[in-house]
Ligand binder design. Structure first.
Ligand code: 2NL
Length: 348
C-alpha cells in the first residue's frame, strides 16, 4: 500500500469510526464496532502491516499517524462503552426503585381462640380472689375420677354409656376435672383454694349445647367455717366480673354425689335480664353445678370433716363463652371455621 493510499485509509477509518461509535446504541454494538474498526481484518490493520515496507521518514510518519488513529478509536470506543454501562445501571436502578410513599401491607397476626380468651379471663378472676391454678392428667384412674368423689361402682356415670375408657383396665378419659382437686387435697393440708381449668371427655351425642370433648373450670375451697353463703358470694362475684354488674348468679337445688347440699348454677340471661326470652326460656342460663363438698369426699382425702368444710363448683367454659360472646351453637367453638374465629381478633 503506498503512503498516500494509507493516509487516506486512516482518514476514512477515523471518519467511519466516529459514525459507527456514535450510532452504537448497545454494548453489543460497541463490541461489533471494535471488531470492524480495530480487528485483524479491519482496514487499519492493513495500513499497519504496510508500514514496515516504507522507507525511513515515510515509515515514521505513517507509524505515528496509525498509532494516533488507533488511540483515538480505542478511546472513543471506551468512552462509548462507559456511557452505555452507566445508562444500563441507571435503567436497573429505575426498574428496582421502591416507592417508599406507598402504604405498607398490613400483617394479619393470628388471635387467641374464644375458649382460650374465656379460660384466661376466668382464671384471672379467680387468681385475683386468691385462688391458685392446678392442672392434672387427662387420663385418670377410677379412684380419682369416681371413688374418691363418692361416685359408687354402680353409679350410671361409671358405665361405658357415660364415660370413655381407654384400653388399659381401670383407666379412663377424665369426665370432670375434679380428679385434680382430689389430687390437690391428697397432697396438701387445708386451707385449699384452687381452680382447675381443663379438657374433659364424655360419651355424649353432640348438639348445639353438648360436646363430647369440652372444657371445665372447677373451683374448690376448703377451710374452717366455709358455708353456702361463701359459695353463693363467690359465684355472684364471678358473674359480675365475667358478664358485668347487671348479671346475677342463681343456685337451685340439684344432686351430685360429691356435694351435699348440691346445686345447679345459672346466670341471669344477658339478653332479657332474667325476664325470659327465646334464648334462655325462663330468664336463666345454666353454667354448671355446685355445692358444699360432701364430708365423705373430705374424709377420702384425709381431711377432718368435723373441722373443715368446703364448697366446689364446676363451670362449663363453652357455656360461659356462649353467654359472654352471644354464641348460639357450641359446635362453632370447635369447628375451626376462620369466618367465626376471625371475629375474635383484638377481643379481650
Ligand atoms: C358439672 C358439675 C360440679 C363439683 C363439680 C367438686 C369437686 C370436688 C368435690 C366436690 Cl373435689 N365437688 N366439684 C361440685 C359440684 C358440681 O360440677 O357437671 N359441672 C359442669
Amino acid at each position: 500500500m503506498d503512503p498516500n493510499e494509507a493516509a487516506r485509509t486512516l482518514e476514512q477509518e477515523l471518519e467511519r469510526g466516529r459514525e459507527l461509535i456514535a450510532a452504537a446504541g448497545t454494548l453489543e454494538a460497541v463490541d461489533e464496532a471494535k471488531i470492524a474498526l480495530l480487528g485483524r481484518k479491519a482496514p487499519i490493520s492493513a495500513v499497519q502491516s504496510s508500514i514496515g515496507s516504507l522507507p525511513g521518514d515515510a515509515r515514521r510518519e505513517l507509524g505515528r499517524r496509525t498509532n494516533e488513529a488507533f488511540a483515538e478509536l480505542r478511546s472513543a470506543l471506551e468512552a462509548r462503552r462507559a456511557e452505555l454501562e452507566e445508562g444500563a445501571e441507571d435503567e436497573l436502578l429505575r426498574a428496582d426503585a421502591v416507592d417508599v410513599t406507598l402504604p405498607g401491607r398490613r400483617p394479619r397476626p393470628g388471635s387467641l381462640h374464644p375458649l382460650t380468651l374465656v379460660q384466661e379471663r376466668m382464671v384471672e378472676i379467680f387468681t385475683r380472689m386468691g385462688y391458685r391454678v392446678a392442672e392434672g392428667p387427662e387420663i385418670e384412674d377410677e379412684w380419682h375420677n369416681f371413688e374418691a368423689l363418692n361416685i359408687p361402682p354402680d353409679h350410671p356415670a361409671r358405665t361405658m354409656k357415660d364415660s370413655l375408657y381407654v384400653d388399659v383396665p381401670g383407666l379412663l378419659l377424665r369426665t370432670e376435672t375434679s380428679a385434680v382437686q382430689i389430687r390437690t387435697m391428697e397432697s396438701q393440708d387445708p386451707p385449699v383454694y384452687v381452680v382447675v381449668p381443663g379438657r374433659v371427655y364424655r360419651r355424649e351425642a353432640v348438639d348445639a349445647t353438648h360436646l363430647s370433648v369440652f372444657h371445665q373450670l372447677e373451683c374448690l375451697a376448703v377451710d374452717e367455717g366455709l358455708s353456702l353463703a361463701d359459695l353463693k358470694g363467690t359465684l355472684e362475684a364471678f358473674a359480675h366480673e365475667m358478664f358485668g354488674p347487671q348479671i346475677h348468679a342463681r343456685i337451685t337445688p340439684d344432686y351430685f354425689p360429691f356435694v351435699e347440699p348440691g346445686a345447679q348454677m345459672a346466670v341471669s340471661c344477658f339478653i332479657c335480664n332474667g325476664v325470659g326470652c327465646r334464648v334462655c326460656g325462663n330468664g336463666w342460663l345454666e353454667q354448671g353445678g355446685a355445692g358444699m363438698v360432701h364430708p365423705t369426699v373430705l374424709e377420702n382425702c384425709g381431711y377432718d370433716a368435723e373441722r373443715y368444710t368446703g364448697f366446689a363448683f364446676g363451670l362449663g367454659i363453652e357455656r360461659v363463652a356462649m353467654v359472654r360472646y352471644g354464641v348460639n351453637d357450641m359446635r362453632l367453638l370447635v369447628e375451626g371455621d376462620v369466618r367465626f374465629l376471625e371475629q375474635f381478633e383484638g377481643v379481650a
